[in-house]
Ligand binder design. Structure first.
Ligand code: GLU
Length: 303
């Protein structure tokens, strides 16, 4: 389906900790792409997995976005409050015979690369709790799409297996939640880190199963440490530093990470001035599809 609608982008952090430099680059890329297109930019807090989300992390993220001048439109969407919408989508998939309950444990299929679909036609063990999975052997195959930076992408859902939509513990899975929310928020453009590129096939598959409109995708090259390691919460990337001078430096470096070649004098300017320049000069053509390697000085900024 085509996106003739007005641009609507979003930043959708999981509040498992404060934003680090890599997440600033993702937020900034998505913000600039939206604003340069005269579009709207929304924030969605992906807090569907409470054990992974320490208290206060979401408000820290929102404060960090404000500190860096990344102002969003509309009210923040919170995934913890969206259970009814996810259930509705799951019910629809069940009705279409595309989702099924599965009692198998990971241990049972440990010799296989992907879950072999044993419960597709009947539950293996009716006394055990069940997860809900999406059938990957039916529907559109292969699935194709264009990433705005990484070009044509193609996959066969059957090679990826039957993704979990709802977990045995009753928690919703990311793939279903993100697709339902992107549709309900009428997102036309998903701009996010390259680490999520390999999740996109499942999301395309779900959008097509639920007959939802499909956003365009732009995956941004990752930021890696001087040693080449991905900057992530798991790798203990330091939180952004919220001191006024450091904010200016980090924002400037985030523009550089997006290959936007900002003029050096911008580095000491407040966020509003930097963003004003960056929106007016945003160029996807400048962005290279290679990881951005940090200089050691920035990496130690939050130590
Ligand atoms: N919540 C995901 C994360 O923080 C991002 C989801 C998305 O942008 O689609 O990694």
């Amino acid at each position: 389906m085509k996106n003739s609608a007005r641009y609507r982008g979003r930043f959708a952090p999981t509040p498992s900790g404060p934003l680090h430099f890599g997440s600033l680059v993702a937020a900034l890329g998505s913000y600039l792409d939206a604003r340069a297109a005269n579009g709207q930019w929304l924030v969605r807090i992906e807090d569907i997995d409470p054990p992974r989300c320490p208290e206060g992390a979401a408000s820290t993220i929102l404060r960090q976005l404000e500190t860096f001048g990344l102002e969003w439109d509309e009210e923040v969407m919170w995934q913890h409050a969206r259970g009814d919408a996810y259930q509705h989508a799951l019910d629809r998939l069940i009705q279409l015979d595309l989702a099924y309950p599965c009692s198998c444990s990971r241990k049972q299929w440990q010799g296989f690369d992907i879950y072999p679909g044993w419960c597709r036609n009947s539950i293996c063990d009716a006394n055990k709790p069940v997860a809900w999975r999406l059938r990957s052997d039916l529907g559109e195959r292969p699935i194709l799409w264009q990433d705005r930076l990484f070009g044509e992408q193609q996959f066969d859902p059957a090679e990826l297996g039957d993704v979990v939509l709802k977990r045995k513990d009753g928690l919703w899975a990311y793939q279903l939640a993100v697709v339902v929310d992107d549709a309900d928020q009428q997102i036309t453009d998903v701009v996010r880190g390259l680490d999520l590129l390999d999740n996109t096939p499942w999301q395309r598959q779900l959008q097509s199963a639920l007959q939802l409109s499909q956003p365009r995708y732009l995956h941004l090259p990752l930021v890696v440490t001087a040693e080449g390691q991905k900057l992530s919460k798991q790798n203990l990337a330091p939180a952004l530093v919220e001191d006024e001078q450091e904010v200016r430096q980090q924002l400037f470096q985030a523009l550089e990470a997006l290959d936007q070649t900002p003029p050096q004098e911008l580095a000491s300017e407040p966020p509003a001035t930097q963003l004003h320049w960056a929106v007016a000069n945003w160029s996807l053509a400048r962005l290279r599809p290679t990881a951005h390697r940090l200089t050691p000085s920035l990496r130690s900024a939050g130590d």
